[in-house]
Design a protein around this ligand. Sequence first.
Ligand code: IFM
Length: 592
Amino acid sequence: MSFPPNFVWGASTSSYQIEGGWNEDGKGLSIWDVFARQPGRIWEGHTGDIACDHYHRYKSDVDLMQEVGLKAYRFSISWPRVLPQGTGSVNQAGIDFYDKLVDELLARNIQPWVTLFHWDFPHALFLRGGWLNPESPKWFERYTALVVERLSDRVVHWMTINEPQCFIGLGLFNGEQAPGLKLDLRDVLQAGHHSLLAHGRAVQAIRAGARRKPMIGWSPASLVCYPATESSEDIEAARRATLDVRQGTLWNNRWWGDAVVLGHYPEEGLKAYGAAVPHFRSSDFDTIHQPIDFYGCSMYEGVLTKADINGEPIHPPTPIGYPRTTALWKKTPECLYWGPRFFADHYKLPIVITESGMSNCDWISVDGRVHDPARIDFMNTYLLQLQRALSNGIDVRGYFAWSLLDNFEWSEGYKQRYGLIHVDYQTQQRTLKDSAYWYRELIASNGTTLEDIPGGEAEKLPYIVKGTMRYIHTHVGVPFLVKDIATHLRCHPDFLSRKFKHHVAVDLSYYIRKVRIERAQELLKNQGIRVAEVAEQSGFVDPVNFSKVFHRTTGLTPSQFKQQYFKKLEGTTPISIKPENPRSSRVHQWHG
Ligand code: IFM
């Protein structure tokens, strides 16, 4: 089954991770600007001061998005760029930046998907208590209303907050991320409660102010436990573990998700957090629980789960040598099947994969390209699972690769590369990785080029050879040269021919000829067709040359081939079906 025709193929980024321009044109400080300057916080003292310099290069970055063939681009707005103090006066240049970005995207037919908050909280508001301040939901509502006022004549897709488990949990509980605090669990959950109220108020502000009918969602970190086998016991154990809330950690789905979608904290959560449950009024949920149009899932890895003898979930240890990314996250494609299935089932909302991808050790090779077969395989295997979810009737609307560009990976600095596009941080030069070209073909085919042949011959061929074969088969009806395939795949024609010969053991030009002649043979089986038409439709410019090549390859001229073919057909004895049962009307009809 292929993906639905309107499936949204996209890529994601976030403001602090790519923009740079940290103090330009009136932008205010974000907590990340401050945190990154504190010694020992970020790997090798990196900062997002320049990052990918997207603030200055957004136009050429949108060109690259177009080159990758993206249907949608998910980006976030830097709150302190548009409101330097978090509230109060607007930084015109800041909001203009996003205004122009949206125009650039639309001019290239790329849907803008806007996230309002992806962690770069205004420092000025942090000094007023940040998310701990009960006013914070109102601050966020006003900021949202401003953005909606400026962009909603063009933007339709909105996401409120990104991964509260991280900006609350990692930011305020274990201090790994900005602002780097280690608060009591109760305070942390209080701040979390305010962020949920902020989500609800933002949804209200979008619906109240949007000039085009909005599609609103959010994007929590989505933690998936997947079953070790398809037994009903393991499936149930995995489902329960996915929906569980455990003591002393914010890594769960339901504390956050149930509040937003179901309008209450889950019983399990109230029990698990006990005395740390924050202060709230039940009417708070009238604000938090707003109708949303999709459930965004940021999904990277899953946890293998089995049922023990009592049906309780257990997690078998990870085998030595298990495939992992450079961030040491496990490659677990199954999460893209079980995650959407469990979440769609529990929340009854359409699913959008707002982030999925892998960090990898990528560099520019001697041939000038970035070869990242691991990422291609990662995306391929994950997307096959998403396809499985779709064919099982789960309503998945889109997939956003994390990330468009290599970028600033928070406390890991630039150590991890997640992009489809390589960034040289010294020169800011961008290079499309092999995975970007692979993704381009996948998008163009609406997902039909996923490789589902484990261990098959095609699987052993490198991407460039498969890409060449695909190009030849899809373009067989038009004249093209090896250099056209090379341009399409962004490599040198000699390199392409060498690789092809090495892996397929025939000359590339011979292979192209063979595919064209096979196509011609098929066409010649059509009685009414003229040889000149066959030549044209199998990609030959000159019919005389076509006849010569045909003869050289098959030992027959096109007309001889045709004659022989129809002669053979004439000679075939039609299959006669003798009625075994003379009363069967169907058999009688056939013979009649
Ligand atoms: O880079 C992050 C992103 O900002 C939030 N989700 C996970 C990504 C990879 O760690």
